[in-house]
Design a protein around this ligand. Structure first.
Ligand SMILES: [Zn+2]
Ligand SMILES: [Zn+2]
Length: 301
């Protein structure tokens, strides 16, 4: 594997556009979360909102973990076109960027894990507590604002040839907005009130996006700083049980760096991996095949 990093050829206009999008995508869900919390404090929180939050969190969450990550980035399994499409649409609803950006960034993370070229490593920011805080911030969210280097997108020949992937990528804004509209409409219809529509939008939409953002970003930050290591990988990846719970199994990150193509990240009986349970279930009903395990998995991404 080539571990020498070559700089980005991203244009400054493209970088600026991405930075503005990122700023909006980071701040607005956070504001929505705060607003939802304030309303909840004033008794504007119902069981309906909680259910909408959980359902939308699972849909978009599995879209990222099973779809964006294990299916599109690592090709850990194969599935019918319509299932692949739904995985991509669901992943887009998490508002973590268009499919090709997410896949390219993550493949680069695997190629240059914790060395120069890694888009979001918390390592190599100096010595001491201050350096650790700087590294945490950079790996969690700061890297997305770092300009051309952070946005360097390498070519994705496999996805560029894939019509389904192209449709998912180009329709990102539509899918993301649909993920916000869906809980609003359902909340409004079930309650029959505009307030139900608003709280559905806040909990099933913005607050859900906010919490899922930090769950995914914790894989990049927390799981390269704190946790156990079952495998001696060349990077600083860690297995962190708390992150595994909120990220639907992605917190078994040291296992994942050891076997990037494996569809299963929680390798021991107590390492809960809901995304693996979903892929396993799809395979049982013949909606997933060629499921990669740690025997088949290689060091390639
Ligand atoms: Zn990693
Ligand atoms: Zn990965």
């Amino acid at each position: 594997m080539n571990r020498a990093f070559s700089p980005s050829n991203a244009t400054s206009a493209g970088v600026r556009r991405t930075q503005i999008f990122t700023l909006v995508a980071v701040i607005v869900p956070w504001l929505g979360f705060v607003t939802a919390a304030v309303l909840a404090w004033n008794n504007f929180l119902s069981l309906r909102d909680i259910v909408l939050f959980v359902i939308m969190y699972l849909i978009a969450g599995f879209g990222v973990t099973g779809g964006y990550h294990r299916l599109f980035t690592h090709r850990s399994f194969v599935c019918p076109v319509w299932v692949r499409f739904l995985f991509g649409v669901a992943g887009s609803m998490a508002v973590q960027g268009p499919l090709f950006f997410w896949v390219a960034t993550h493949r680069r993370h695997h190629q240059y894990s914790d060395i120069a070229g890694d888009p979001h490593s918390p390592q190599n920011h100096g010595e001491g507590f201050g350096a650790m805080i700087r590294g945490f911030y950079h790996s969690h969210v700061g890297w997305m604002f770092r300009g051309a280097d952070a946005m360097a997108v390498r070519s994705l020949p496999d996805l560029s040839r894939d019509k389904t992937a192209r449709v998912i990528h180009r329709g990102f804004v539509v899918w993301a907005l649909a993920g916000l509209a869906l809980p609003s409409v359902v909340g409004g219809l079930i309650s029959g009130t505009w307030m139900g529509c608003l709280t559905g939008f806040l909990w099933g939409g913005l607050a859900r996006v906010c919490v899922a953002h930090h769950a995914t970003w914790s894989v990049n930050s927390v799981c390269h700083l704190w946790g156990g290591r079952d495998f001696e990988t060349p990077d600083d990846s860690r297995n962190n049980p708390a992150v595994a719970v909120v990220s639907l199994g992605e917190g078994w990150h040291n296992n994942h760096h050891a076997y990037p193509q494996s569809a299963r990240h929680g390798l021991r009986w107590f390492q809960l991996d809901p995304t693996w349970m979903l892929i396993w279930s799809l395979a049982r009903v013949r909606l997933a095949s060629n499921v990669q395990g740690i025997r088949q998995a290689s060091a390639k991404v």
